[in-house]
Design a protein around this ligand. Structure first.
Ligand code: SF4
Length: 494
């Protein structure tokens, strides 16, 4: 899409809105006089109002949208930037609606974390007013606004429960039994990379030591551990034992509130592995069917059946002591609203403590995208999500965290649902940036959070197992940044 800006240079805001409204379009900024199908986005400051206007030229027609704010509201530089960017986005949004675009459920809200907009509104104005503003200023649908508010309550409760030294630990194990068709992670199937597992573990144990040393020196207090990947239970019982034991010996884990291991694929779950995890205090596992339709599972390249999931759940419950999360995806190839309903009913019958309902998001690197596989349309995906929301609420689940992704079917969202008292703190912390995450393992993204509005620090380990193994000296040396960050940011001062 050709884009012409005048009176401002808010390219990022314009591109975010372009992605929300027209996900297939890429921005271009040609020089010269405006021509062809295009967006003209202007910002003009007059005596009383600052006004953004957008003209969308499509199919030989011109559609207009405007948004304005009183100059008296533009108090300081940061507020002015924020308000002007919102005006620009709203003008684009209105022009797109005028052109006949179906109203998106999240309205004019862009970005990954709706909570980032709602939480400051709640803190400043209280819940009722915040909700009104979310619906009025951003045109968010009442259902999505309510969803966001419910999740925000959990965020606020989690934030209140944390102290300055609290951190979460993440351990990334980048191996899976086979690779799923929709996967865009770097996970390697063990069929291809079995020989890398042992050298990877040697490197990982070194990184755990280096990270633990920093954490102990600074007196950081892990409150949650999360093993992700990949599928960590691809490791053998003995390998899991080694990683868990190392973590215990390197970190002070006495304040730990939860310990999660993703056991996404039922073909990796055995009673022996679960017993090892329990012995180390793991109290939550994620068993992820994605769908309970065998035809859909086959279409997405999961080499297991729905019956395998049920059997895996039986094993988990027989070992005992675990809260269970189950991930589902709305919008998978070969699925339908009816099929998704049946999947959800089967999952509810298994009574997991958490259900995470994702919307299919296809990124480059996934096989589905490469092969052009047909998918359910946005309307059908919307039906699946509406059904999930109503049914989960009726069964006593509530939303506790949510986020959106780029390239998500219908511009919808991913939502973590929980039974009362079973929230996963790690998911809230990482999504809402409530505390630092110390990550270890391939692709591990360490994020050090400042609560004073200063700049957070993020660094990421190499993604691919071989790269990670070869780069482990640098990965360990990078851990020094944790000490530097905490010393310089003053985050640990009382
Ligand atoms: S289980 Fe998850 S990480 Fe592994 S291949 Fe499938 S989608 Fe990717």
């Amino acid at each position: 899409m050709r884009i012409y800006l005048s009176g401002h240079e808010y390219r990022y805001a314009v591109e975010q809105m372009l992605l929300t409204l027209f996900p297939g379009e890429r921005p271009e900024y040609p020089a010269g006089e405006p021509e062809g199908e295009r967006l003209e986005v202007a910002l003009h400051r007059a005596a009383v109002y600052t006004t953004a206007s957008c003209a969308l030229l499509r199919g030989g027609k011109r559609f207009r949208g405007t948004a304005r704010a009183k100059n008296s509201a533009l108090t300081d530089r940061i507020t002015t930037e924020r308000i002007c960017q919102r005006l620009v986005k709203n003008a684009m949004y209105r022009a797109a609606l005028a052109s006949g675009l179906r109203r998106p459920v999240w309205g004019a809200l862009t970005g990954v974390r709706p909570g980032k907009v709602l939480l400051p509104l709640i803190r400043a104005n209280g819940e009722a007013e915040a909700l009104v503003r979310l619906e009025r200023d951003y045109d968010v649908s009442p259902e999505r606004a309510a969803l966001c508010l419910d999740a925000a309550r959990h965020t606020l409760a989690a934030a209140d429960s944390l102290e300055g030294r609290d951190v979460c630990l993440y351990v990334g194990i980048p191996f899976c039994p086979t690779r799923c068709a929709y996967c865009s992670f770097v996970s390697q199937s063990v069929e291809k990379s079995m020989k890398l597992i042992e050298p990877f573990l040697d490197a990982l144990l070194r990184e755990i030591e280096a990270t633990g040393e920093q954490a102990r020196r600074l007196g950081l207090r892990p409150v949650a551990v999360y093993f992700g990947g990949g599928t960590p239970t691809t490791l053998s019982p003995e390998q899991l034992e080694r990683v868990c034991a190392k973590l215990e010996s390197c970190f002070e884990l006495s304040a730990l509130r939860e310990y999660t291991v993703e056991a996404g694929r039922p073909d990796t779950i055995t009673a022996e592995k679960l017993a090892v995890l329990r012995a180390h205090g793991v109290d939550r596992v994620s068993v992820n069917p994605q769908s309970m339709s065998d035809a859909v599972l086959e279409a997405i390249g999961r080499r297991h059946s729905a019956a395998d999931i049920v059997a895996a759940l039986e094993t988990v419950r027989a070992v005992g002591g675990f809260a269970v999360n189950m991930d589902l995806i709305a919008g998978l190839p070969g699925d339908s609203a009816e099929g998704f309903r049946a999947t959800l009913e089967t999952v509810l019958a298994l009574a997991p403590e958490n259900v995470t309902v994702h919307t299919l998001s296809l990124k480059r690197g996934s096989r589905i995208l490469a092969e052009g596989t047909p998918l359910p349309g946005a309307e059908e995906v919307g039906e699946m999500l509406d059904f999930a929301s109503a049914r989960l609420r009726a069964e006593g689940y509530g939303p506790y965290y949510l986020y959106r992704q780029k390239f998500m079917s219908g511009g919808f969202e991913n939502v973590g649902w929980t039974r009362e008292g079973c929230v996963n703190l790690y998911n809230i912390c990482i999504m809402e940036e409530l505390c630092s995450i110390l990550a270890m393992g391939a692709g591990g993204s360490t994020k050090l959070i400042r609560h004073d509005g200063g700049r957070n620090l993020r660094f990421i380990a190499p993604k691919y197992p071989l790269e990670y193994i070869q780069g482990i000296d640098g990965v360990c040396a990078e851990k020094e940044q944790i000490g530097t960050f905490y010393r310089e940011s003053g985050e640990l001062e009382e």
